[in-house]
Design a protein around this ligand. Structure first.
Ligand code: CTP
Length: 409
C-alpha cells in the first residue's frame, strides 16, 4: 500500500487534472479524487460526455471541491479553467478510466473535446489507466495506439486481469485506485534514488522452540517497511527481506519472507553484494534454541531450562567484506544510547548507524513514530526529533544520499 504520508509529501500543493472518460470504472474515480485532495493536491476534474452517463459531475464537484469541466465552450468558463490554461497549470494529467476511444484520440492528436484538447496541449506528464473489454484491449489498433503513446512518454498503469463489466474474463479492468496512486507518486516523486539498488531487512525473526512456540521480540517491521516504501517511491529498486510482520506486503517491491535469523542471514548474504545500499532494520534474534523439538513440548516438571545458541550476526558479516556497498545498521538500546550505538558502528564497520532509544515514549518497537540519532564514523551525531516512521525513513534516505554525494566529491 502506498502510505498516505508519501502521497502527502509528493502531491501536496500540486495540481492534478483527472480526466474521466466513459467506462463503468468511472465509479472508482471519486475515491481517487478524495485521496489526492486529502494528500493536499488541487484536483481539477474533466469529464467526457460519455463519462457523465456513469457518474454525475456533481459527485466530482463535491469530492474535488472545484467546478467540473464537462463542455468545451461552457458559458461560465473562467480563465483559469479554459483548456489551455488548465493544461499549463497541471503538474500531472491522469486519465482514468481511459477508454479505447480516448486512447485513439490521444494517439492521433485529436482535439475535439476538453479532455483531448487538454492532453494535446499539456507539457505535464500524462498517466493513462485503460479500462475496456478484453477484445478491444487486445485489438492491434489499441495496442499500437498504446505503444505510440508510451513511446511519446505517456505513462500507463494496468489494465488488470479479471472479470469485466461486459461479462467477459480477461485483461481490461482498470487498475485499483491504490495502484493508480502508487504510479502518481512514482511519476511525481523526486526519483533521486533511481540509480540505487537497496536491500532492506525488516521485522523480528522467530526462532522455533517446538511446532507451536518460538523466541522472538517486539519488532513490528514498521520502520523497515517505511524505508522500503520510501526508497521505492523515490525510484530505487528495492528488495525487502522481512521476518514475520503483520503488515500488508508493500506493493511492487520484491519481498522475501523469512522466519529465522539463519534464513535471513542466508537470503541477505547471497544478495547484498549486488546492492548499492543495505539497510539492516530487522531486529534479528541474537540466539536460537539449541534444539527444535519435533513435537509440542509437554509440561512435565516445575521448571524448564531452554538452552540457546548464538545466531550469526548478519551485519557484522557484511561489514567485514562490504566492497562498494553502503551499509546502514540500526542500534536498539535501552541505556547509554550513543556509546553503545557507536560501539556497534565500529565493531560492525557500518557507514551509518541509526540509534534508537526504544524506551522513549513515541520511539522504537511497534510505535507509529520514532526518535533516532544518526551516527557516522567521523561526523557529529544528528538527532531527528519525534516524527512518523515514514518521515524518519525519508530523512535516513536523505542522509545516505548526502554521504554518498559527499564521497563522490
Ligand atoms: N544484527 C544482525 N544480526 C544479528 C543481530 C543484529 O545483523 N544477529 C543487526 C541488526 O539488524 C541491527 C544491528 O545489527 O542493524 C544492531 O542490532 P542490535 O539488536 O541493536 O544489537 P546487537 O548487535 O544484537 O547487540 P545487543 O543485542 O548486544 O545490543
Amino acid at each position: 500500500m502506498v502510505s498516505s504520508s508519501s502521497e502527502q509529501t509528493i502531491v501536496h500543493n500540486k495540481t492534478v487534472v483527472i480526466g474521466v472518460s466513459g467506462g463503468i470504472a468511472a465509479y472508482k474515480i471519486p475515491e481517487l479524487v478524495r485521496r489526492l485532495r486529502k494528500a493536499g493536491a488541487e484536483v481539477r476534474v474533466v469529464m467526457t460526455e460519455h463519462a457523465q452517463h456513469f457518474v454525475t459531475p456533481l459527485t466530482f464537484q463535491t469530492v474535488s471541491n472545484n467546478p467540473v469541466i464537462t463542455e468545451m465552450f461552457a458559458p461560465m468558463m473562467t480563465a483559469d479553467v479554459a483548456h489551455i490554461s488548465l493544461a499549463d497549470k497541471a503538474d500531472l494529467v491522469v486519465v482514468a478510466p481511459a477508454t479505447a476511444n480516448v486512447i485513439a484520440k490521444f494517439a492521433h492528436g485529436l482535439a475535439e473535446d476538453f479532455l483531448s484538447t487538454t492532453v494535446l496541449a499539456t507539457k505535464a506528464p500524462v498517466l493513462l489507466a485503460p479500462a475496456m473489454n478484453v477484445n478491444m484491449y487486445t485489438n492491434s489498433v489499441t495496442q499500437e495506439n498504446l505503444q505510440t503513446l508510451k513511446a511519446r512518454g505517456f505513462y500507463v498503469v494496468g489494465p488488470d486481469k479479471g472479470e469485466l463489466a461486459c461479462g467477459w474474463e480477461g485483461t481490461g479492468r482498470m487498475s485499483e485506485v491504490e495502484d493508480i496512486l502508487h504510479d502518481i507518486t512514482m511519476i511525481m516523486g523526486p526519483n533521486d534514488l533511481k540509480e540505487e539498488k537497496i536491500l532492506v531487512t525488516a521485522g523480528p525473526t522467530q526462532e522455533p522452540i517446538d511446532p507451536v512456540r518460538f523466541v522472538s521480540n517486539r519488532s513490528s517491521g514498521k520502520m523497515g517497511y517505511a524505508l522500503a516504501q520510501a526508497a521505492a517511491t523515490r525510484g530505487a529498486e528495492v528488495t525487502l527481506i522481512t521476518g514475520p510482520a503483520s503488515l500488508d506486503p508493500p506493493q511492487r517491491i520484491k519481498t522475501i519472507p523469512v522466519f529465522t535469523a539463519t534464513e535471513m542471514y542466508q537470503e541477505t548474504l547471497k544478495r547484498y553484494k549486488a546492492m548499492t545500499t543495505v539497510i539492516m532494520a530487522a531486529a534479528v534474534s541474537d540466539y536460537r534454541p539449541a534444539q527444535q523439538a519435533h513435537n509440542k513440548i509437554k509440561k512435565e516438571n516445575d521448571s524448564f531450562t531452554l538452552k540457546l545458541v548464538r545466531n550469526p550476526d548478519i551485519l557484522w558479516e557484511m561489514g567485514r567484506d562490504k566492497g562498494s556497498c553502503f551499509i546502514v545498521g540500526f542500534a536498539a538500546e535501552t541505556e547509554n544510547l550513543l556509546k553503545n550505538a557507536r560501539g556497534k558502528l565500529t565493531a560492525k564497520n557500518v557507514d551509518l548507524m541509526v540509534a534508537n532509544d526504544v524506551t522513549k515514549p513515541g520511539a522504537g518497537f511497534d510505535s507509529e513514530t520514532n526518535i533516532v540519532t544518526l551516527l557516522t564514523p567521523d561526523g557529529a551525531p544528528e538527532e531527528i526529533a519525534k516524527a512518523s516512521k515514514e518521515l524518519i525513513a525519508q530523512r535516513i534516505l536523505d542522509k545516505i544520499m548526502a554521504i554518498k554525494a559527499n564521497r563522490r566529491g
